[in-house]
Write a protein that binds this ligand. Structure first.
Ligand SMILES: Cc1ncc(COP(=O)(O)O)c(C=O)c1O
Length: 437
């Protein structure tokens, strides 16, 4: 088992003086407290006994209907019978892996991938392969080559895990053409695809791409959704839509894990989604986050050195920035924390723990524009110090590592990284968990 870098960071970043661009949180302060109070009061008055009781493992029918309503907003029409309500999307990823993967089985994901999926795959001892991305998402031709290589060894991956829309952590979106090819490949090779789509409704510009689930019709695509980004992560409500044989096993897995998803949380969500106002709330979130994204992109332009590159997401919550290869962002984080600012080091998004070491994930949804600007200014300062130090030591002035539309990950590393003198400069090694922070 591995620790989740994000979870580790939360302990440190909970301090109020820290500007944490490391989170992936919806800004729950935007949710009207009166709506919350009114709903909880109604539940207490009308359904207290039921809301405080255990519920069915697969979730309440009314909750599944609400979930189908959310999916309909992106054009999908799943059979409610194929839906299982889970304790967040995280549990859905866990249950899918628990159901399908035996130790040593191949699983494929993007490079970089959702940092929270890395400990799931490793805890079930999957052999995880990562496929590089560029500005159009996963390179599907490289995926095909990997499938061929595995096939040559008589192996087939248990599934391909993808966050095709406003990917966490890279912020990029899989192009329409690649979506169609990915679904085609899944069908040709009879390989399942797990589409994890927490951010699809959080689009701030550009044209919507069809979810993989919609393109495939649910034969080979298992869909994972969550209310964490459009309502609340605290209520811990997510779901999966899967073909019946997979669904049945997931329900068995869930029985063993937690019997059922919080009944109280489901009652809350059922009440909330009974009214169409939830769409207005999502629209208001898009307004808020668009402006924060713009603030972050402007601040990066202003405060990051010319050697840095970053993605420009059309939605979601994250920007992925890549620094020159001689900067290790895990080490840099220790320095940044001394300036009371945090980010997720890129290595957390790679299963080998070695790639992505010059990259960082930056979240723009959790704080207002001023705090984002200040956070980026502080990170920019520590990055600039490292760049200046490197240039002083080597006498070199390096060109930008990569353009912002080029691959957002390990491939940005320069080949001579290991030989660079003064690597890491005067940054401190990150203190181990459990010690003083
Ligand atoms: C891609 C992705 N999947 C799953 C999750 C898990 O979300 P939750 O368990 O809160 O639904 C997240 C949260 O950040 C995410 O970004």
């Amino acid at each position: 088992m591995r620790s989740s870098a994000m979870r580790d960071l939360m302990a440190i970043t909970a301090r109020p003086e820290v500007i944490s661009l490391a989170g992936g949180q919806a800004d729950t302060s935007t949710f009207p407290p009166e709506t919350f109070a009114a709903q909880m009061t109604r539940i207490a008055q009308e359904s207290a006994a039921e809301a405080l009781q255990y519920g069915p493992t697969e979730g309440f029918a009314a909750m599944k209907a609400a979930i189908c309503g959310v999916m309909a907003a992106e054009g999908m029409a799943p059979d409610p019978e194929d839906v299982i309500v889970t304790t967040g999307g995280q549990q859905a990823i866990d249950l899918i892996t628990k159901t399908l993967v035996d130790p040593g089985d191949p699983v494929i994901c993007e490079a970089p991938t959702y940092p929270g999926a890395v400990p799931v795959f490793s805890s079930y001892q999957a052999e995880t392969h990562q496929v590089e991305m560029d500005g159009e998402g996963m390179k599907v031709d490289e995926l095909e080559a990997l499938l061929n290589r595995l096939d040559g060894d008589g192996r087939r991956p248990k599934f391909i895990y993808s966050v095709p829309t406003f990917q966490n952590p890279a912020g990029v979106t899989l192009s329409g053409e690649r979506r169609r090819r990915l679904v085609e490949l899944a069908r040709e090779r009879e390989v399942l695809v797990v589409e994890d789509n927490p951010y699809g409704l959080l689009r701030y510009e550009g044209e919507r791409e069809p979810p993989l689930y919609l393109l495939d019709g649910g034969d080979y695509v298992i869909y994972v959704g969550t209310l964490s980004k459009i309502l609340s992560p605290g209520i811990r409500l997510g779901w999966a839509v899967a073909p019946p044989p997979v669904m049945e096993k997931m329900a068995l897995g869930k029985q063993a894990t937690d019997l059922c998803t919080s009944t109280l949380a489901q009652y809350f969500a059922i009440e909330y989604f009974a009214e169409d106002r939830w769409r207005e709330y999502v629209d208001s979130l898009c307004e808020v986050y668009r402006s924060r994204r713009d603030a972050m992109l402007e601040a990066l332009e202003r405060h990051f050195p010319e050697q840095a590159t970053w993605t420009r997401p059309e939605g979601g919550m994250f920007v992925w920035a890549t620094l020159p290869s001689y900067i290790d962002t895990s080490d840099l984080l220790a320095k940044a924390l001394r300036e009371n600012v945090a980010f997720v080091p890129g290595a957390a998004a790679y299963v080998d723990g070695q790639s992505g070491t010059s990259s960082m994930r930056l979240n723009f949804s959790g704080f207002d524009e001023d705090r984002i600007r200040e956070g980026i200014r502080r990170i920019g300062e520590v990055v600039s110090e490292q760049v200046a130090l490197y240039e002083t030591i080597t006498g070199e002035h390096r060109l930008p590592a990569a353009s912002s539309s080029s691959p957002p990950g390990a491939e940005d590393r320069e080949p001579d990284a290991e030989e660079l003198p003064g690597q890491g400069g005067d940054v401190l090694p990150l203190r181990r968990r459990g010690k003083e922070t």
